[in-house]
Design a binder for this molecule. Structure first.
Ligand code: CO
Length: 287
């Protein structure tokens, strides 16, 4: 059987958004053009050297029915929740949080000389896991394998498998791949992605072509852009004069109805109303 390369399906230009208590972000999923990329609900890119863009942070807020994945490239985000968990996510670290039936937490970027940069991705949970107990996977930078490929590409494997190397985040319902990939100039890189899984690349430095082997379509994608990839067995990335750095993310689509209200994502409107009732009555977070 011939393996099929994934072509570009859509190119999304991130929108400027102000979120939390006044944090400036670039959002590419959960936007007018791309509301939902099953199972991915939201993708935010935060990067600034100006404390005014980020110091207000994300004070205490709830989540239910989803997972939030925070990947910090520079600076530090402190977090604390009402279940008694707290800690800090620094440069190169990842927090994969399964909110499940509910958490209330704060996420506060710290003012530091290097500023802040990173991403937050929301991954939907299947109906049967929406009310699962909350779970954290805090992964330090040193625990994330970095692979050097022939041709010079370097990959940080957060979850999923590249060759023989498996990322440290495990047992996630969407069976995701989450890679931070760097490809030098005049080079190329391919990665298998299971057919039928949703996949996107988020280009945040430099530029590249996301083209198959058969008929390269020649579209050069410059940062910042989200590239939604069509179905196939693998993605091939080709660089020209400039290197590229991007997130490569894939996951199994749920094909379930969604009812979405801010930080809550359930299957029905009734479940959202129930959640809001619990919040009002103070029974939202049960330990
Ligand atoms: Co949050």
């Amino acid at each position: 059987m011939k393996l099929l390369s994934r072509k570009i399906e859509t190119i999304i230009e991130p929108e400027a958004v102000i979120e939390g208590a006044g944090v400036r972000l670039k959002r590419s999923i959960a936007t007018r053009r791309l509301n939902y990329l099953d199972p991915f609900l939201l993708l935010d890119d935060f990067a600034s050297n100006n404390p005014r863009d980020y110091e207000a942070g994300f004070p205490l807020h709830p989540h239910r029915g989803i997972e939030t994945v925070t990947y910090v490239l520079r600076g530090e985000v402190r977090h604390k929740d009402t279940l008694g968990n707290s800690g800090s996510i620094g440069a190169g670290d990842v927090q994969w949080m399964t909110a499940g039936r509910g958490i209330m937490h704060e996420e506060m970027p710290q003012v530091r000389p290097e500023g802040i940069a990173g991403f937050q991705l929301w991954v939907n949970l299947p109906a049967k896991l929406k009310m699962t107990p909350p779970r954290y996977q805090d992964i330090r930078s040193s625990e994330i394998p970095e692979i050097k490929m022939d041709g010079g590409a370097r990959l940080r494997v957060i979850t999923g498998t590249v060759g023989e190397v498996r990322g440290p985040v495990t047992e996630i319902a969407a069976n995701p791949i989450y890679l931070d990939a760097f490809v030098p100039a005049q080079s190329s890189f391919s990665q298998p992605i299971e057919r039928g899984h949703t996949a996107f690349a988020y280009v945040f430095e430099g530029e590249a072509k996301f083209a198959g082997d058969d008929k390269e379509d020649g579209t050069m994608i410059s940062h910042p852009r989200l590239v939604v990839l069509g179905d196939g067995d693998y993605v091939k990335v080709i660089t020209g004069e400039t290197p590229v750095r991007f997130l490569l993310v894939s996951g199994k689509p749920l094909h379930e109805p969604i009812a979405r209200y801010g930080p809550f994502v359930m299957n029905t409107k009734e479940e959202i109303e129930q959640t809001l009732r619990e919040l009002r009555q103070g029974t939202f977070v049960t330990t």
